[in-house]
Design a protein around this ligand. Structure first.
Ligand SMILES: [Zn+2]
Length: 281
């Protein structure tokens, strides 16, 4: 997961923009009457998320006793996400906030939507709250859809709040075969809390990151195989290992738990791989 700065957008401003073009006076009044609840919910979200207590966020199907879940979902889909909707500027700002346009959840695919960290179908008051909206790829968004945390260790990682790149947690190992493959795994440091370790493991599993990273590293191997063959012919396994370690080190500087860092390290660690295991013959 890629850490991101929390957005500067204010929840009250975003909600006001979204409901600004409602023509039905009754609906507009109803929406205006819950504006303070949206702002309060954002503040609650901020407090709870910082303490891994979002599972305690109170779910309410009818916001303030007047606005239904369907109506709040409509505010998001019709008045924020839709092109030329009054809340679309806020949507675009969040959409474009991911570093290099990469989905912060998988750290690999490109952003194509906004993910509701707590799903709007169950937490309608958070439907347009910026802190609850994360730029994400479609696959991560779909994988997360049903997630309803019931305890701290079931809480999905949140890029605005969780920073898990202080330590190594993503590792890989070579699976000997033709072609060679990689198996990725999560291994969290002993000094982490059990809750954080569970959350990272859940993140990896829910989003199917093992399969994604294995497929991407197979593609990477395809691209460097020729170079490794040249190095091996010139200086044997030692030269191949040196090259792979340099790549691992360079990738690690950019992203400590990026799949490339883990992949190059695992390749370099395998004597079998460095001594020709990378080859197709
Ligand atoms: Zn993703």
């Amino acid at each position: 997961m890629i850490k991101m700065d929390a957005p500067n957008l204010l929840p009250g401003d975003v909600f006001a923009a979204c409901i600004s073009r409602i023509r039905d006076p009754g609906l507009k009044l109803k929406m205006e009457s819950i504006a303070h609840l949206v702002v309060a919910a954002s503040a609650d979200f901020d407090t709870l998320a910082a303490q891994t207590r979002l599972h305690q966020f109170v779910r309410q199907a009818i916001v303030g006793g007047v606005v239904t879940t369907a109506e709040m979902e409509g505010v998001y889909t019709q008045r924020m996400a839709k092109k030329s909707a009054p809340g679309r500027d806020a949507y675009d700002e969040l959409f474009n906030s991911a570093p290099n346009g990469k989905c912060p959840l998988c750290g690999h695919r490109t952003v194509s939507t906004l993910d509701h960290h707590l799903p709007k179908a169950h937490y309608p008051v958070l439907a347009v709250v910026p802190l609850n909206l994360i730029p994400a790829c479609g696959d991560c968004n779909k994988s997360k859809l049903a997630a309803l945390p019931t305890s701290a260790n079931e809480e999905a990682l949140h890029p605005y709040y969780d920073n898990i790149d202080g330590d190594r947690w993503l590792f890989a190992e070579v699976v000997a075969g033709t072609p060679a493959a990689l198996r990725f795994r999560v291994q969290t440091p002993a000094n982490w809390s059990a809750v954080l370790a569970d959350r990272v493991a859940l993140h990896f599993k829910t989003l199917g990151l093992g399969a994604l990273y294995s497929a991407e590293s197979a593609d990477e191997l395809l691209n460097i195989r020729g170079q490794l063959e040249t190095l091996h012919a010139a200086g044997g396994a030692a030269l191949v290992e040196t090259e792979l370690l340099e790549r691992a080190s360079s990738c690690r500087m950019a992203r400590m738990n990026g799949w490339r860092s883990a992949a190059f390290e695992a390749f370099a660690d395998s004597a079998w791989f460095c001594d020709g295991g990378f080859s197709l013959h």
